[in-house]
Write a protein that binds this ligand. Structure first.
Ligand code: DOR
Ligand code: ZN
Length: 345
């Protein structure tokens, strides 16, 4: 039986680091394990321009504790006013790795996102030309579409038309949650990839809703029914090369999660790798764990695989952290509701 796993140092292809005291609190939790992360731009106000991204990158590096190594891969928040030439410059200088598309109103801090996708045609064309990936929050926001259907409808109504109209555009379907998304990414060509979170591989909506509502499991896109989770696990553990870990670790103060109107997001960073190893082991796929967390992402983004390694060892059930402190607040760490046995050495 495998008791120790040494892999190339993993990356997180979708991460929320926030700013200020929250950034200082959560950054070490990621940098402890992950070499790089795609950093989400949904701050208030959002990271829209190259100058915004440069300033945010400086704040991230200033918050990194001495002795830790970590490379933030910056993204720009696409608005209907995004300047294609600014995107071109920010990409050419190496400052940004991707542009993020939030449909307006889809999730936390998405009010400045895109309502009319025709308005971003010019930017998408430039991105296709220069090979800059588009990271997509794939949910429609129409009030008449049920929250559990919003991802599948987005694929048909928005994503597929965008991809047909912009041949060659590299697209990452972020935090996919449905069998339809798993099917769509597999049917796509080499320009299409998908990230999957920890919680969507471990939980379904019953875990969130049966026997009482668990706010720390509430995230967007929302957890779906069990057969969707099973489709995601099958995809992740299959060795399919165009899917990789994007934790979407999204810290909120505990009081905003345990509230009448609960903020969306699960703070998974501290235990993400332990969780993923547990899932892969349960499905007899530990030999494909490294591809999912360390190899497939760099291959899609055209970046080198890490030269560093990381070792996980298997032992008694871990004592899981419950909360971290962020300025005046705490942030509750994701609890997968089952024992974890793999720890990072
Ligand atoms: O659950 C989520 N939280 N989903 C998102 O898309 C955004 C994120 C956040 O920023 O808190
Ligand atoms: Zn996110």
């Amino acid at each position: 039986m495998t008791q120790s796993l040494t892999i190339r140092r993993p990356d997180d292809w979708h991460l929320h680091l926030r700013d200020g005291a929250m950034l200082a609190a959560v950054l070490p939790e990621t940098a402890r394990h992950f070499g790089r992360a795609i950093v989400m731009p949904n701050l208030v106000p959002p990271v829209v321009t190259g100058d915004d991204a440069a300033a945010y990158r400086t704040r991230i590096m200033a918050a990194l504790p001495a002795g830790m190594t970590f490379e933030p891969l910056m993204t720009l928040y696409m608005t209907e006013d995004t300047d294609a030439e600014d995107v071109r410059r920010a990409a050419a200088s190496g400052l940004v790795t991707a542009v993020k598309l939030y449909p307006a109103g889809a999730t936390t801090n998405s009010a400045s996102g895109v309502r009319d996708f025709d308005k971003v045609r010019g930017v998408l064309d430039v991105m296709a030309e220069i090979g800059l990936p588009l990271c997509v929050h794939g949910e429609v926001t129409d009030a008449e579409i049920d929250i559990f259907d919003r991802e599948a409808v987005f694929i048909d109504r928005v994503l597929d038309p965008i991809r047909r109209a912009t041949p060659g555009l590299k697209v990452v379907m972020e935090h996919i949650t449905t069998a339809q998304a798993a099917q769509y990414v597999q049917a796509g060509d080499d320009s299409l990839a998908a990230t999957i979170t920890v919680q969507h591989l471990m939980l379904d909506r019953n875990d969130m809703l049966v026997g009482g509502m668990r706010p720390h499991y509430y995230c967007l896109p929302i957890l779906k029914r069990r057969d969707h989770r099973e489709a995601l696990v099958k995809l992740a553990t299959s060795g399919f090369s165009r899917t990789f870990l994007g934790t979407d670790s999204a810290p909120h103060p505990t009081h905003k999660k345990e509230a009448e109107c609960c903020a969306a997001g699960a703070f998974t960073a501290p235990i993400a790798l332990s969780c993923i190893a547990e899932v892969f082991e349960a499905h007899g796929a530990l030999n494909r764990f490294e591809a999912f967390v360390s190899l497939n992402g760099p291959a899609f983004y055209g970046l080198p695989v890490s030269d560093d390694t990381l070792t996980l060892t298997k032992g008694d059930p871990l004592d899981l952290p419950t909360k971290i402190t962020a300025g005046p607040d705490t942030v509750t760490v994701f609890d997968p509701g089952r024992p974890l046995h793999w720890s990072v050495a």
